[in-house]
Design a protein around this ligand. Structure first.
Ligand code: ZN
Length: 456
């Protein structure tokens, strides 16, 4: 059979199965699975295992020390193995009053499917299931082996996944991996994201007194926790955006010529960002799109995510806070490590006379990426072009972070992205949704990848 005929057959099967797969998505969205609150996690793992079983895959629920991983595999007629990493947990639905439909009830309206997890990540889970089902139905057999790893703690930073992958390295062994997300950009072009920055998340805390004090007393005589903390924070980064922790940039690699070429081929989304966030401009007054693309992924960052101290209510309260806290995240670029950031931060605070500022490590992920010229990336991009009618926009790295390092570093697999999302999906927000057209195309893309992977 010619490739065009195979693909036409896959398309027809996916179209014919659309309603049953939207129904599956409805069942999955209908089961709350909020990792942050341990709400419905075990029930959702059971449901996912059942959905995999429905399409004839052997599935099992594997313990991790936290939420279980749902694992499934299926032998194909080829030697090669394609691994799908996904997650069944979701973000809390709050604030509830901003939802136009119930968050845990899949609601179809105006060509869109609304519900918590519709895009992140239950829509992708079902699109993979639908694609595997379609390939089997259309071609009679799977052309490659398929494995699924569907975790339940992605939205809380995948604390148990790296150890799980190390422990089950042989069982999870594969030749390539499709990541949990993907889709189209703000101009409906498919996207390919080759990696993720790492992250080091800490809380800085200062206690200067056993209780808050009258500011007429404390302000004159003893340390103010809020001042101690803001001075410490001030020592981390200047208005020039340069992070002042000694040695912070030691393991930062500048982008290669190939990376810069990819950045230059990315569309200019600066107006879109400005409009969506109500901005007048960008850091350091930068206006050049390529430089902004470079800054957004190849520079490490130090971000104050939250600050708490003293009185913030209405009117006057003359109080000197005895305690102050800040949440700070550092985004890391290859080859920085989480441990070195914590160590260098501690050494810096001590050297700057902030030994009283406690650093509490909350979580971290390493940076990791796949070579833009890896043949698997070419295969996934070719499949994307066949589905979307244009080649994908290739981003050498994403600004965000995730557990891809566990797969890239431990299993040694290349990772590509493909999925059902779009910029209006309101991921993590009220009215999360996907467009039915993207659900179909995302499923077609995965089916084409499976077919091409088996053939290659
Ligand atoms: Zn998410």
């Amino acid at each position: 059979m010619k490739i065009s005929e195979i693909r036409a057959r896959l398309d027809a099967t996916i179209e014919a199965n659309l309603d049953s797969n939207i129904d599956r998505l409805g069942r999955l969205v209908g089961q709350p699975s909020v990792a942050a609150q341990q709400w419905g996690i075990d029930e959702c793992a059971d449901l996912v295992a059942g959905l995999l079983h429905e399409i004839g895959l052997e599935s099992e629920i594997m313990p991790t020390g936290g939420s279980p991983v749902v694992y499934a595999d299926c032998a194909g007629c080829g030697d090669r193995t394609l691994l799908f990493y996904l997650h069944y947990d979701v973000q809390p639905p709050d604030p509830l009053d901003l939802w136009k439909s119930p968050p845990f009830e899949l609601t179809r309206s105006n060509g869109k499917l609304y519900g918590r997890g519709a895009a992140d990540d239950k829509g992708n889970v079902i699109s993979r299931i639908a694609a595997v089902e379609a390939v089997r139905a259309a071609l009679g057999d799977l052309p490659c082996n398929i494995k699924f790893v569907i975790e339940g703690e992605e939205e809380i930073g995948s604390p148990h996944l790296p150890a799980f992958v190390r422990k089950h390295e042989l069982k999870l062994a594969a030749d390539a991996c499709i990541w949990e997300f993907g889709g189209v950009d703000f101009e409906d072009r498919p996207t390919q994201i080759l990696g993720m920055r790492g992250i080091c998340y800490v809380e800085l805390a200062v206690r200067t007194a056993s209780r808050d004090a009258h500011s007429g007393l404390g302000g004159s005589l003893f340390d103010n926790a809020a001042w101690r903390l803001t001075w410490a924070l001030n020592s981390l980064k200047g208005p020039d955006e340069r992070i002042r922790i000694p040695g912070f940039y030691d393991n930062v690699h500048p982008p290669s010529d190939r990376d810069m070429e990819l950045l230059a081929s990315m569309p200019d989304d600066t107006d879109w960002i400005k409009e969506n966030y109500g901005l007048s401009g960008f850091l350091k007054g930068e206006t050049r799109p390529v430089e902004l693309h470079r800054m957004s992924v190849f520079e490490p960052t130090c971000t104050i995510c939250g600050l708490t101290a003293g009185y913030q209510g209405e009117g006057i309260k003359t109080v000197q806070p005895g305690e102050a806290r800040a949440k700070v995240d550092f985004r890391l670029v290859p080859d920085m490590t989480v441990d070195e950031v914590v160590e260098k931060l501690r050494a810096h605070l001590d050297a700057e006379s902030f030994a009283d500022v406690e650093v509490k490590f909350i979580g971290g992920e390493l940076p990791a990426r796949t070579d833009p010229d890896h043949p698997f990336i070419a295969l996934v991009n070719e499949a994307a072009e066949a589905v979307y009618g244009m080649p994908p926009v290739v981003k050498p790295l994403s600004g965000g972070s995730g557990p891809n390092h566990a797969f890239i570093h431990t299993l040694g697999v290349p990772i590509a992205t493909a999925g059902v999302s779009y910029p209006g999906a309101f991921v993590h927000s009220p009215n999360e949704n996907i467009r039915v057209g993207d659900f179909i195309n995302g499923t077609r893309h995965i089916a084409y990848i499976i077919e091409a992977f088996g053939r290659s």
